[in-house]
Design a protein around this ligand. Structure first.
Ligand code: 3SK
Length: 515
């Protein structure tokens, strides 16, 4: 792990190092508009920085990005960082009222929004007392601009070279909103040093990312997992990233993986399961793929094993968080234990705490805390929730984990999703995993539900692989299936079939909504 100079700017580091290495003509990105070389990207980053300066954005001021995954996202994100401003990429799937909160909370001065998404921000824009300009970026399908300037035209008039702000490694570089499972989103404040650190600790040391990699992330860039996968890591290693602006359906992902001969694929468990279940692509093989990663929620063992059997490469299940920026606990190439989340990523320390908050040694189950050099400095303007999460060098993850004698960690569920049935703790995740092992189940979520006597028991919401099969017979079959595998008190007393499960942008099941 290299130490940082006193003056350090993350955008300069991620972009200019590749030019110094002679990679100017190499393809950095392929998006829906075509390929972009490292030299062209460097220029576009400069132009974006210059245009933001021209709009009056000053050091430490926020710029909100509501952008689909195209190279414009990368250019505006890094251009803002280069001038010392603070980009705040936000979820592109939110409702209009959510954007009003985010614009006010962040006090963003400039909004850069994809034209296809502008209609959702029309009202929110007008209600923000801080916003001074809106810039509209082209999306592949097109959309309105309501008379606001187009990003492409502004970039064309901006300067191709600019001086970087004299920032340091501990300066604020960007914010990411963490949705959590309850409450209003809160902004995790990240520093210039954090991007390079995640690249070294996870992408370099765990994934072994290198210059000849071609990376596809199904997780979007506005999400910490996607930001690392498709922005920080490829740029840190001079690799190539493929950006998908559309929804990552199995068909879209298979197409991109095949067409671009991707070597690294970053997905989430539901997508891996749907790709394996997709009969239309049952014959597809992916010979270029050397490794995949999974995060967002724990990867069921059978999904990993079936992927390995089908494609001959592994999925490395890991866990990270918006607060820690990327993955801090993960399986390793050549050392994958499906059903577990593996070992701590070197550079991060983990501990399990008991119900009294005392650290537990050896094999045990408890609340997972993490310490490492990429932890957010705080949640912006939220002292109360910062105090609950950040304790000196330690960050409370809110997850429960079991550690075995060999030091491998297995996910037990969110601390606040645990339920007690008959006075005994039940991990919803354990029941969900048992259900997901049944061939008729695509995915499942389990919550506590009170029976007629007000006693809480597990209830399951199940997405059936074949909706026509969802009925009383399947309910009885699934209940029997779980009883055969788990302690009897854990079986779901009720099963409701649903079309899909409510999830956060990061793919975590929102059990509170089901409750
Ligand atoms: O959900 C995760 O495991 C994750 C991984 C990397 C970065 C961010 C998150 C939330």
């Amino acid at each position: 792990v290299v130490s940082f100079p006193r003056e350090y700017n993350a955008a300069v580091d991620l972009i200019e190092r590749n030019l110094a290495r002679g990679l100017g003509d190499k393809i950095a990105y392929v998006d829906a508009f075509g390929p972009v070389t490292y030299a062209a990207l460097a220029e576009r980053v400069n132009r974006a920085g210059d245009l933001l300066r021209g709009l009056g954005v000053q050091i430490e001021q926020r710029v909100m990005l509501v952008l689909l995954d195209t190279v414009d996202f990368v250019a505006v994100f890094l251009g803002a960082i280069k001038i010392g401003a603070v980009p705040v990429p936000v979820n592109t799937l939110l409702a209009p009222a959510d954007y009003e909160h985010l614009l006010r909370d962040s006090r963003a001065r400039v909004l850069v929004v994809s034209d296809a998404l502008l209609p959702k921000l029309r009202e929110a824009r007008g209600r923000s007392p801080w916003l001074t300009a809106t810039v509209v970026a082209d999306s592949p399908e097109g959309g309105p601009d309501d008379g606001h300037p187009r990003l492409g035209a502004l970039l064309g008039r901006a300067a191709p070279t600019i001086a970087a702000a004299a920032t340091g490694p501990d300066d604020v570089a960007f914010w990411l909103y963490s949705s959590g499972s309850t409450g209003k989103p809160k902004a995790a404040v990240h520093l210039h040093a954090h991007l390079r650190r995640t690249a070294e600790l996870y992408a370099g040391a765990v994934l072994g990312m290198r210059e000849d990699d071609v990376v596809l992330s199904a997780a979007k860039l506005f999400f910490a997992y996607g930001l690392g996968n498709a922005l920080t890591f490829p740029l840190a290693f001079g690799a190539t990233a493929v950006l998908l602006h559309e929804r990552p359906t199995p068909a879209a992902v298979y197409r991109a993986l095949q067409q671009r001969a991707c070597t690294v694929f970053c997905g989430v468990p539901t997508l891996f399961a749907s790709m394996l279940a997709d009969a239309a692509h049952a014959e597809v093989r992916l010979p270029a793929l050397r490794v995949s990663t999974s995060a967002g929620e724990a990867l069921p063992r059978h999904v990993g094993e079936r992927w390995r059997a089908r494609f001959g490469s592994d999925i490395l299940d890991g866990i990270g968080s918006t607060e820690m920026l990327h993955i801090f606990l993960s399986n390793r190439p050549g050392d994958v234990r499906y059903g577990t989340t593996g070992l701590p990523v070197p550079g991060y320390a983990l501990r399990l705490l008991d119900d009294d908050g005392a650290p537990i040694a050896g094999a045990a189950e408890g609340a997972l805390w993490v310490s490492g050099p990429t932890a957010a400095a705080a949640y912006f303007n939220d002292r109360e929730r910062s105090l609950q999460t950040f304790h000196g060098p330690w960050t409370r993850t809110g997850d429960r984990y079991a550690r075995d004698d060999d030091g491998y960690y297995t996910y037990c569920g969110r601390a606040d999703d645990m339920l007690k049935a008959g006075g005994i703790w039940v991990s919803p995740f354990e029941v969900e995993s048992a259900l997901a092992a049944h061939p008729a189940v695509l995915e499942a979520a389990v919550v506590g539900h009170a029976d007629a006597d007000e006693l809480v028991k597990p209830k399951a919401f199940v997405v059936a692989r074949d909706p026509a099969a969802a009925g009383p017979e399947l309910v009885a079959e699934l209940q029997r299936f779980v009883k055969d595998r788990l302690a009897p008190y854990k079986y779901p007393r009720w099963i409701e079939f649903v079309d899909e499960l409510p999830k956060t942008a990061t793919g975590k099941i929102q059990r509170f909504r089901l409750r």
